[in-house]
Design a protein around this ligand. Structure first.
Ligand SMILES: Nc1nc2c(c(=O)[nH]1)N[C@H]1C(S)=C(S)[C@@H](COP(=O)(O)O)O[C@H]1N2
Ligand SMILES: [Mo]
Length: 326
């Protein structure tokens, strides 16, 4: 249920993302976690934000990573400066503000394994190194559009998600792919906030997962991914709102049921399963017509499918009954 904005419950807008602001209202209004939060709001909020700001570790060392740029994907606007992409993040496992890069440096990204589970020929757990030996890396410059109406343009390095799907050998009956992020409370202070439905999960249809545009990133700007941007393995689905691009993936499961996602569990009416970008469908609490480019703060018009209609629109031609854009 959507509750109208009440200014008194908000903390300073500059400190809270729209996504987080929604949660705070929700926590106050309902559920056991809500009662808990309401009982000791001030003191608890401070304690949690202390967790968020823990300067965890020295900067992670990023290895150089080179790959040929794929010329099929032209962003049509300048790259966002790497410094902006590395310092303005959404990664709730490390806190619900944008300033989580410091805390994220503690993330241990090697060794890393990815579990292939569910409806596949042989369920198994693979080392990331082993997986990377079986794919060919390329560079793709993609636009990224967060549901909060900020955007960026990033030269990702990675490989088509379709290549992982083929390696996984799903059964013919699998129709969805579910992605799960690492959930380690020793490394991730956000995991101590019990009102979030950890672990972070996301999902795609099998058809979406096999689309050319669906990508798994392991690097950006010529280096391995920084922890705050989802090291060591991050989904990149640029025609959908940013929350679909799950970070630090540890599990890929094939299923015949539409997966329940993290954001859907929090607020389905605002952050649904499909979440395709559409400037004409406003979020219940703000317009999606324009976006702010991080780095320059320039405002530009948002495009349907984030401008990737030629690659993806046909997949939705028969899905007229679905809520495709929220
Ligand atoms: N595991 C995990 N993945 C996540 C998120 C998150 O909180 N946790 N946030 C999502 C959102 S809302 C966005 S906009 C992008 C942000 O990616 P960036 O910080 O690299 O810009 O990551 C997405 N992937
Ligand atoms: Mo986002």
């Amino acid at each position: 249920m959507f509750i109208h904005r009440r200014k008194g419950w908000e903390i300073a807008g500059s400190r809270v993302t729209p996504e987080a602001a929604m949660l705070r209202r929700r926590a106050v209004l309902g559920g056991a976690a809500g009662a808990l939060a309401a009982a000791g709001m001030g003191r608890k909020a401070r304690a949690w934000s202390l967790f968020d700001s823990t300067p965890a570790a020295p900067p992670a060392v990023l290895a150089p990573l080179a790959a040929q740029r794929d010329p099929r994907y032209l962003a049509g606007r300048p790259l966002t400066p790497a410094a902006a992409v590395e310092s303005y993040n959404n990664f709730y496992e490390f806190g619900d503000g944008k300033d989580i890069a410091g805390a994220a440096q503690a993330l241990k990204t090697a060794p890393w394994t990815v579990t292939i589970a569910g409806m596949v020929k042989t369920p198994r757990t693979l080392g990331l190194d082993d997986l990377l030996r079986q794919v060919k890396l390329e560079e793709r410059v993609y636009r990224h559009r967060c549901v909060e109406a900020w955007a960026m343009t990033v030269p990702w390095i990675g490989f088509p998600l379709a290549d992982l799907v083929k390696l996984a050998e799903p059964l013919g009956s699998a129709t969805f792919v579910k992605f799960t992020t690492l959930a380690d409370p020793r490394q991730m202070p956000g995991l101590h906030k019990p009102w979030y439905p950890w672990p972070y999960t996301e999902g795609l249809t099998m058809q979406e997962a096999m689309n050319d545009l669906a990508f798994l990133s392991v690097g950006m700007y010529g280096k391995t991914l920084p922890p705050q941007d989802g090291a060591p393995l991050r989904l990149t689905v640029p025609w959908k709102y940013g929350f679909k691009s799950a970070k630090s993936i540890v599990r890929v499961e094939f299923t015949n049921m539409q997966p329940q996602t993290f954001w859907e569990q929090l607020q389905d009416s605002e952050y649904g399963f499909w979440a395709n970008v559409n400037p004409a469908v406003p979020h219940p609490r703000w317009s999606q017509a324009q976006e702010r480019l991080i780095g320059t703060d320039e405002m530009v018009p948002t495009q349907i499918w984030n401008g990737y209609g030629e690659f993806v629109a046909a997949m939705y031609a028969d899905k007229t009954k679905e809520r495709l854009f929220a």
